[in-house]
Write a protein that binds this ligand. Structure first.
Ligand code: ATP
Length: 235
């Protein structure tokens, strides 16, 4: 289980997160919903060791304190982040990007097996291993980004707005793939503005507003909640 306890992050004097406690277990999908600027990306970066420093609180992975560990060490514990800008190398091929994801020691021995699994999840990548990523569509780049993270053999995958900029049909395909990844035992923590589709695949959810958790419940309950409907589902 990956868990944040009372995590706070400041940018200078601006408080982006205050006392955020949340958790995700292997084999579940958890979504964090929040408006622009609520602090969703900051939260994922804080967990992955990518904010300058967490100004308070603790992050635990399987009970071990990873709060002050550098990002490459956090990856070795089984936590992989796909950032909002997707963090892939546009001038490298699909295959090269995927192999870069296999760099962590935990993944090296299983490289061939993980590659096979990623290509099963994303058949479109299997068809074009040599294509330069900069020539790919937004949806295909997102597949490369998630595929690369999966090559590090994560037990918890952190996704920052994976559906951003994708056409509706690709969103549906993406969320279907996330469900398959979950079924393989990986925990997926995603932050999203696409509340409808993310709540439909999630087990649980958190609501983040102005750096604070203002709600937490099962995804089914959140999808029915009047305040959630008004704020995030446009109903
Ligand atoms: P979005 O959905 O627009 O990506 P978000 O919920 O992910 O928003 P964050 O990107 O985490 O929100 O930003 C939270 C707040 O912190 C915002 O007010 C943002 O302007 C501020 N912020 C984020 N990164 C920095 C930074 N590096 N320096 C200063 N302020 C920052």
């Amino acid at each position: 289980m990956l868990e944040s306890r009372n995590v706070s992050v400041f940018y200078g004097r601006h408080r982006a997160l205050e006392n955020v406690s949340a958790s995700i277990s292997k084999g579940e999908i958890v979504v964090m919903l929040g408006a622009n600027g609520a602090g969703k990306s900051t939260f994922l970066r804080a967990i992955a060791g990518q904010t300058q420093k967490a100004d308070g609180g603790t992050v635990l992975m399987d009970g071990n304190d990873i709060t002050r560990r550098p990002p490459h060490e956090i990856v070795e514990t089984g936590v992989a982040l796909v950032p909002e800008d997707r963090g892939i190398f546009a001038d490298l091929t699909v295959q090269e990007n995927l192999f870069l994801g296999a760099h962590p020691a935990r993944a090296r021995a299983l490289e061939a097996q993980n590659m096979q699994r990623v290509l099963e999840l994303f058949p479109r990548l299997k068809e074009r291993p040599k294509q330069l990523v900069r020539t790919m569509s937004g949806g295909e780049r997102q597949m490369v980004a998630i595929g690369r993270a999966m090559m590090s053999a994560p037990s918890i995958l952190l996704l920052d707005e994976p559906s951003l900029g994708l056409a509706p049909v690709l969103c549906t395909e993406l969320f279907r793939t996330l469900r398959r990844i979950k079924e393989s035992g990986v925990g997926i923590f995603l932050v999203e503005q696409n509340a409808k589709q993310s709540l439909a695949i999630a087990d649980r959810g958190y609501l983040l507003d102005n750096g604070h958790i203002v709600g937490a419940d099962s995804a089914a309950a959140l999808a029915k909640d009047e305040k959630v409907k008004a704020a995030y589902l446009g109903e």
